[in-house]
Design a protein around this ligand. Structure first.
Ligand SMILES: [Zn+2]
Length: 144
């Protein structure tokens, strides 16, 4: 016999796009484990990309815009870094990153398939503008 109160279910969010990601269910049917699972509901629990982001990462590199001044000090040292996001989400080619970022940053981005970028820098590069003009940064990376 299983008691339903011992089954915890949660829908987690993707770290990168913040859309709904995975459904978690506890396998140990204890109230404590159930509560632990339920606290994950609506939250980012790891750096695993959702299917959509995973596909985008195969095509290019995801840029997430942040405001360093509004971010908590030491955010970059957290296991799940949580800088202050300004809502920009762009997918650019490796080639683009190589041209605009210093080599150390480019190597990091190439390995991790995403990168934080200062909101102002993204504006300076015209990323927001390009999306508005619908020239399609995303998807312009068919060369693989
Ligand atoms: Zn995602």
């Amino acid at each position: 016999m299983t008691d339903k109160s011992n089954i915890g279910v949660a829908l987690t969010k993707c770290y990168y796009c913040n859309k709904n990601d995975r459904i978690l269910m506890n396998t140990r049917l204890t109230p404590t484990k159930a509560r632990q699972v339920e606290t994950a509901h609506g939250k980012v629990i790891d750096m695993e990309p959702c299917n959509e982001c995973s596909d985008l990462m195969k095509k290019g590199i995801i840029l997430l815009t942040i405001d360093p001044e509004k971010s908590s000090p030491g955010w970059e040292k957290e296991s799940i870094p949580n800088p202050y996001r300004t809502g920009g989400f762009f997918v650019v080619t490796e080639d683009f990153c190589k041209r605009v970022f210093p080599p150390v940053m480019f190597e990091w981005a190439r390995k991790h398939r995403f990168m934080y970028i200062e909101h102002k820098a993204a504006e300076g590069m015209g990323l927001f503008q390009q999306v508005m003009e619908n020239t399609g940064i995303e998807g312009a990376s068919d060369e693989g």
